[in-house]
Design a protein around this ligand. Structure first.
Ligand SMILES: Cc1cc2nc3c(=O)[nH]c(=O)nc-3n(C[C@H](O)[C@H](O)[C@H](O)COP(=O)(O)O)c2cc1C
Length: 161
């Protein structure tokens, strides 16, 4: 039985592509997190709305149907929003129990990862965080889907999972 689950939230698709890449390499299962009410399709409006991405501020998310008890290892991948993990990922970590599992975390961003890894640690006090990866994409408006972190770095991280 497969004991690894990749859980991700992606607003514009970058984390989604990484999550699928990891899933395929590890032959893992995958779970996409979704907000209950979709965010605006206006990128700049969302950037403005989430300026206060405090650890206490989160959103309602759709209920998941995946049985988390089946998995020993969980790979968490999210976009960075205002120097922290996305509110959707925060809500997932607040709502569901991942204690005692082996956790691997990644954060996609445009070069300013801020306190994402600290957020994961704060919200997962009883989990075993085993690996972290910072995945940088371009900050330029029309190139936001261009990955600057090398595929080799991602492959090396995956090999250690
Ligand atoms: C609301 C919002 C806030 C963001 N804040 C940051 C930030 O603090 N640091 C950073 O490097 N990138 C920031 N970004 C850029 C995204 O983290 C980056 O483009 C990421 O690769 C997007 O992943 P996704 O396509 O999975 O949503 C922000 C984007 C949005 C929409």
């Amino acid at each position: 039985m497969n004991d690894t689950l990749v859980v991700y939230y992606s607003f514009t698709g970058n984390s989604k592509s990484i999550a699928n890449y990891v899933k395929n390499k590890l032959h893992a299962d995958i779970l996409e997190l979704e907000p209950m009410v979709p965010f605006s399709t206006d990128y700049n409006q969302v950037v403005e709305e989430w300026q206060n991405n405090d650890i206490k501020r989160d959103v309602e998310i759709k209920k998941i149907t995946t049985d988390l008890t089946k998995y020993k290892k969980i790979v968490l991948i999210t976009c960075t929003w205002w120097y922290g993990i996305s509110p959707v990922m925060k809500k997932f970590l607040k709502n569901y129990d991942l204690s005692k599992k082996d956790i691997i975390v990644a954060s996609t961003n445009a070069g300013w990862i801020g306190h994402c890894f600290k957020d994961y640690e704060t919200l997962l006090p009883n989990s075993n965080i085993k690996g972290e990866l910072n995945i940088v994409f371009s900050a330029e408006d029309n190139k936001r889907d261009q990955m600057l972190t090398s595929t080799e770095e991602i492959d090396n991280w995956i090999k250690k999972l």
